[in-house]
Design a protein around this ligand. Structure first.
Ligand SMILES: Cc1cc2nc3c(=O)[nH]c(=O)nc-3n(C[C@H](O)[C@H](O)[C@H](O)COP(=O)(O)OP(=O)(O)OC[C@H]3O[C@@H](n4cnc5c(N)ncnc54)[C@H](O)[C@@H]3O)c2cc1C
Length: 372
């Protein structure tokens, strides 16, 4: 049976960033992914926004790793030619209640150490974004957009160059600690079953990370690891409007999402989304009946929009730890030694802003692993 020092489960942006980071110093690493290639779940089904980090609670992992990830990601994209643009972002307000909300976000951003945040008025909004209707806005100059596939390809190629065995079409179906080693059972896409041994396991399985933790014998309900899936749909906007905005435009956030915003692409085209719907099954279709909600929501601040400009786009599913109505939960990034599983590092509830945070999450996991 093949034996590895580290097995990483999941080749999304997080698993790949960890593989790249650990392979800089460690040998005998295997990365296992059930799909035929990387990033087929959340990591390519999102807004590709490099977040600033102002929304998240004081001292949370989300706040710390988003602010650090934002900085690392720009450095990395600049250095390795990953397409990206620091567009800046406006969180807009059109009522006094919304104005209070953006002031709160501003204060939270200051606490979180987000640089260069500024509250701006209608005159400056008109100068920056003449097509957008808003009375006040919070300007986050450090927010931007990137090419998530190019980022993951870069991580994958560096990991491979550093000697990581990247194995696609391999679904982990069993994980058991025996005699100081993890025995991992894998189902290949051709139906064959294989087993490998690993000294340490890093669970970066995204939507199924709770499942993987349960395989190792963890009670996911008792430990608060049960993941709830929250679908987000996008509607594409007719390309005749491409280039009309240069900043990301966001409304004020809701408890489960940052709100239906302008998802700018690097080519100047844009979409609206995502909404947030708790679901029990993975289905990436857009419900065309939601078009009206998107249209009316966005028309408030994008007066040039017509209903016929919108067509169904992509969807993604978030891995959330809170059920509907519960307070926002933080990422869980944890060495499970106290659960009798030394060597297992779980990453659970890795929803937004994990694409932004992935280089900082990788640093965090490396810090845990190197101190095992
Ligand atoms: C609609 C939406 C919009 C978002 N917008 C943004 C944004 O603009 N900016 C931002 O920073 N974040 C955003 N996010 C969050 C971000 O996309 C995710 O947090 C991030 O991609 C999570 O990466 P991951 O690697 O943990 O998960 P994933 O990309 O889901 O990867 C997990 C991988 O594990 C694999 N896997 C699962 N189980 C097994 C198994 N048993 N065996 C083998 N492999 C397995 C899966 O196939 C998958 O490839 C958004 C998310 C959504 C859904």
């Amino acid at each position: 049976m093949n034996r590895y020092r580290i097995a990483i489960i999941g080749a999304g942006s997080v698993g790949l960033a960890i593989a790249r980071r650990l392979s800089a110093t460690e040998k005998a690493i295997i990365l296992l992914e059930r799909h035929a290639t990387f990033g087929q779940d959340a990591s390519t089904r999102n807004s590709e926004v490099i977040h600033g980090g102002m929304y998240y609670p004081t001292d949370s992992l989300k706040a710390r790793l988003c602010v650090a990830g934002n900085r690392s990601l720009y450095e990395l994209c600049d250095r390795y030619d990953v397409p990206h643009r620091k567009t800046g972002k406006l969180i807009i307000a059109n009522s006094s209640a919304e104005r209070n909300e953006i002031e709160d976000i501003y204060r939270q951003g200051e606490i979180n150490g987000v640089p260069n945040l500024r509250l701006i008025d209608v005159l400056e909004i008109r100068r920056l974004e003449p097509q957008v209707r808003a009375r006040w806005a919070l300007l986050s100059p450090e927010s931007g957009i990137m090419d998530a596939v190019a980022l993951m390809r870069f991580f994958e190629q560096e990991a491979i160059a550093n000697g990581v065995s990247v194995r696609y079409n391999r679904e982990v179906i069993g994980l058991e600690k025996r005699a100081g080693l993890f025995r991992i059972t894998i189902r290949r896409s051709d139906g064959e079953i294989e087993e490998i041994l690993a000294e340490a396991v890093i669970n970066a399985a995204g939507l199924f990370a709770d499942n993987v933790a349960a395989m190792a014998g963890i009670d996911i309900v008792k430990n608060g690891y049960k993941i709830h899936w929250v679908k987000g749909e996008y509607f594409d906007v007719d390309r005749r409007h491409s280039g009309k905005m240069s900043h990301l435009i966001y409304p004020t956030p809701t408890p489960v999402s940052l709100g239906i915003h302008v998802r700018l692409r690097l080519d100047g085209s844009f979409a609206l989304g995502p909404n947030a719907i708790y679901v029990d099954a993975i289905n990436y279709d857009v419900d065309p009946k939601h078009l009206d909600d998107f249209y009316h929501g966005a028309k408030r601040y994008l007066p040039f929009l017509s209903k016929t400009d919108l067509t169904p786009g992509i969807t993604g599913i978030r891995a959330k730890l809170q059920t509907q109505g519960e307070p926002v939960r933080d990422f869980v990034i944890r060495h499970e030694a106290d659960k009798g599983l030394p060597g297992l590092i779980n990453l659970i509830g890795i929803d937004s802003p994990a694409l932004t945070a992935c280089p900082a999450i990788a640093e965090e996991v490396a810090g845990i692993y190197l101190n095992l």
